[in-house]
Design a protein around this ligand. Structure first.
Ligand SMILES: [Fe+2]
Length: 109
């Protein structure tokens, strides 16, 4: 369960960091791309910490809650602001969609 969550989260991050954030930066939204990279780096660090905690302990559940909050906030920014910006100003939308899918599937399988 946690393994699956980690694979999905990291696959999503991998695809965004290789395809969507560079396109966002190229569309003159470099600041938003940088926030995206930073937030995803923080989530990766928290996920790595989570793996070291005793499963289902209180510290584990607290860490998981924290990660959930961070991911929800991140998705809110992406769906609410960054990706609409990319849709409006970005080049080659069809290529971006295809490349995103390729990267995601390469990681998630
Ligand atoms: Fe993301």
């Amino acid at each position: 369960m946690l393994r699956q969550l980690a694979v999905l989260l990291l696959g999503h991050a991998q695809a965004e960091e290789s395809v969507l954030y560079p396109a966002l930066a190229a569309a003159n939204e470099k600041a938003h791309a940088e926030i995206g990279y930073n937030e995803q780096a923080l989530v990766k660090m928290q996920m790595a910490l989570l793996e070291t905690l005793p499963p289902m302990s209180q510290v584990f559940m607290d860490k998981l809650d924290h990660i959930e909050g961070a991911v929800l906030h991140h998705i809110y920014e992406e769906e609410g602001t960054w990706f609409p910006e990319l849709q409006e100003k970005g080049e080659a939308q069809v290529t971006l969609t295809r490349r995103f899918k390729e990267e995601f599937e390469r990681y998630v399988g």
